[in-house]
Design a protein around this ligand. Structure first.
Ligand code: NAP
Length: 292
């Protein structure tokens, strides 16, 4: 927690709605304390119709920056002075930096980097590998961008096929030499695509608390043994999908690592210091244990 709040405390916030259950305040405040930084990270519940005012308020109130979460990651971009090419391509900014002196608001996306770091920590190198991504929402866009950047061939399976098509079309021009494909999510496409893939990534909320007994992987379908499974859901840490995969002897990676690494990348943008990743991991895990 912050060492001491005084006249020199620097402020960072989390703009979202709701933000009540976020792990980010605990994660960042522990990191500031570990590095003896007189900084404080506060939750900022912001309704969609007040987003513009809230973002302008960051400048007026001399915030150093902010994280942005659901439902504002896309909409926030129109209120910023500029966004990085990655955030522009993904269509979402989850981190804002307020440039000192000028008050310029710059939007970044650190989700894709968080995903790649967690993937590499889990021992998976996506270069040249075939990946299947379940879902085509905001998180899927960061994951597909990351996988394409890292040189993977990606198939997106989504319940609403037009959303997957739109995602793939958006990235096709950005990664003209990469193999990107979209298909409707059905048991048949899942079985066929997974059979020839090396990585399966769940970017849907299926399996998230309180619906912890749900998984998009059918009980009677065997996991190909060359598959690794990454689930972006981190509450619970061991989702049903990960339990199924683990039982089949398949390598699994949970979503908490991505959350911590996107946070670490944001922390480094704001502070210019190397993020204490272990401290952030412990704080996030502890808060998750208390909350569940
Ligand atoms: P989103 O924009 O609402 O997208 C959700 C996607 O999941 C959509 O493609 C949706 O399909 C699909 N979906 C939802 N329910 C489904 C179901 N019952 N069966 C099949 N598909 C279903 O959400 P998001 O922002 O991408 O977030 C998705 C999940 O990722 C959340 O659980 C979030 O907590 C997690 N996440 C984790 C991290 C991390 O750091 N670990 C970061 C970001 C997000 P349709 O298009 O058909 O509606």
């Amino acid at each position: 927690m912050p060492l001491d709040i005084n006249g020199q405390t620097k402020l960072v916030g989390l703009i979202g709605y709701p933000v009540k259950h976020s792990l980010s305040p605990a994660m960042h405040n522990s990191a500031f304390a570990a590095l003896n930084l007189n900084w404080c990270y506060v939750p900022l519940p912001v309704l969609p119709e007040r987003l513009g005012e809230a973002v302008a308020g960051l400048r007026a109130l001399n915030f150093v920056g902010a994280n942005v979460t659901v439902p504002h990651k896309g909409a926030v971009m129109s209120y910023l002075d500029r966004v990085t090419p990655e955030a522009q391509a993904i269509g979402a900014a989850n981190t804002i930096v307020v440039r000192e002196g000028q008050g310029e608001l710059i939007g970044y996306n650190t989700d894709w980097r968080g995903f790649l770091t967690a993937l590499s920590e889990g021992g998976f190198d996506p270069q040249g590998e075939r990946a299947v991504v379940l879902g085509a929402g905001g998180a899927a866009r960061a994951v597909v961008y990351a996988l394409a950047q890292a040189g993977a061939q990606v198939t997106v399976l989504n319940r609403t096929p037009t959303r997957a098509q739109a995602l793939v079309q958006d990235f096709a021009s950005l990664f003209p030499s990469m193999s990107l494909l979209s298909l409707p999510f059905t048991l048949q496409t899942l079985e066929e695509r997974a059979a020839e893939a090396h990585l399966l990534v769940n970017t849907t909320p299926v399996g998230m608390w309180p619906e912890v007994d749900r998984s998009l992987w059918p009980e009677d379908l065997a996991f190909p043994n060359h598959l690794s499974v990454f689930d972006l859901v981190y509450n619970p840490r061991q989702t049903k999908l990960l339990r199924q995969a683990r039982r089949a002897g398949v390598k699994v990676i949970g979503g908490l690592g991505m959350l911590v690494h996107q946070g670490a990348a944001a922390f480094e943008l704001w502070t210019g210091e190397k993020a204490p990743v272990e401290t952030m991991y412990e704080a996030a895990s502890k808060t998750l244990r208390i909350a569940s």
